[in-house]
Design a protein around this ligand. Structure first.
Ligand code: PDD
Length: 284
């Protein structure tokens, strides 16, 4: 079952016009929200980011937070799994093909689906993942969670073609921004380094959780620009996202990261993240 424009229906019944501006121009925004124990994780944070993305593309929010919450609760209830992930997708609607916004505006297309959440396998947690680096060739508003993801798709595929899991992006081939679909942290001499949230990266909700966990547990933390040299000389590299949670990057561009095994910072943060999930989400 999915939600489309006010109705819940089987996905096979869902139809949208080929003139939808999401289909024609990639003119829309999205969110991915994990659901643990049938509760949406960090829902206010995700709805705030959705608002930021809609503002960024000059679209009115089609729903209040209370309405979004109700749609999400209803959709989660229609699915059996305890842990799910929600995909919210809003486009500027259906109109004759013209780059300029439809005038007068048309109704947006609002689509929400829920899928079983598959967190990383035990093997991935134990071994970590391999990544490559590439120049960040995306636009200058990567803070907007836009559905037009072609650069991210091509950058992720570069990693897959190299037998790796993710591409770490370097703006001007020099400064760490994020992964093709994840945020990246560097660990050096026991300090956790995070690139600052700006318009060149997506403000990750998992990124926020990691920063909060670090602060609450007195883990040394620096939020600042991180150079390519620092990425390449890291003791540990970590990847975060809503669906991958926290993963260790153990190989980069064919070289071992640190000892080539998930390190102490990863082990600590992963455990704290699981504790946080359990305490916050599965509390009665
Ligand atoms: N992507 N940066 C980019 C470019 C992303 O696409 C994502 C997540 C993140 C991490 O953000 P968060 O912690 O809020 O998931 C960072 C989702 C999972 C996706 O597109 O499927």
């Amino acid at each position: 079952m999915i939600y489309l424009n006010g109705q819940f229906m089987p996905v096979e019944k869902a139809q949208i016009s080929v003139l939808d501006r999401g289909f024609i121009f990639g003119d829309g925004v999205y969110e991915v929200i994990p659901v643990y124990g049938r509760k949406a994780f960090r829902l206010p944070g995700h709805l705030n980011r959705l608002r930021h993305s809609l503002d960024g593309i000059q679209m009115a929010n089609p729903h209040s937070d209370a309405e979004w919450t109700r749609i999400i609760e209803q959709l989660v209830a229609l699915h059996t799994g305890e842990d799910q992930y929600l995909y919210l997708h809003i486009t500027r609607g259906v109109a004759e093909r013209d780059h300029a916004f439809p005038n007068p505006p048309v109704a947006p297309t609002v689509f929400v689906m829920s899928k079983p959440l598959k967190t990383p396998s035990a093997a991935l947690l134990e071994n970590g993942i391999a990544c490559i680096t590439a120049t960040d060739n995306r636009w200058l508003r990567c803070d907007i969670k836009a559905i037009s993801l072609l650069p991210n798709v091509l950058l992720r595929q570069m990693a897959i073609d190299a037998g790796c899991a993710e591409t770490i992006l370097l703006r001007d081939d020099q400064w760490l921004t994020e992964g093709a679909a994840s945020n990246i942290f560097v660990v050096k001499d026991g300090t956790l380094l995070a690139p600052p949230k700006d318009t060149l990266m997506l403000p990750g909700i998992t990124y926020d959780v990691i920063l909060e966990i670090a602060a609450a547990n007195d883990i040394p933390l620096e939020v600042r620009r991180i150079s390519k040299a620092e990425v390449c000389a890291a003791d540990e590299l970590l990847l975060t996202s809503s669906t991958k949670e926290v993963l260790a990057i153990t190989r980069l561009d064919g070289q071992l990261v640190g000892a080539g095994r998930p390190g102490a910072m990863y082990t600590r943060l992963h455990r704290l993240y699981q504790d946080f999930k359990r305490d916050v989400m599965r509390a009665p």
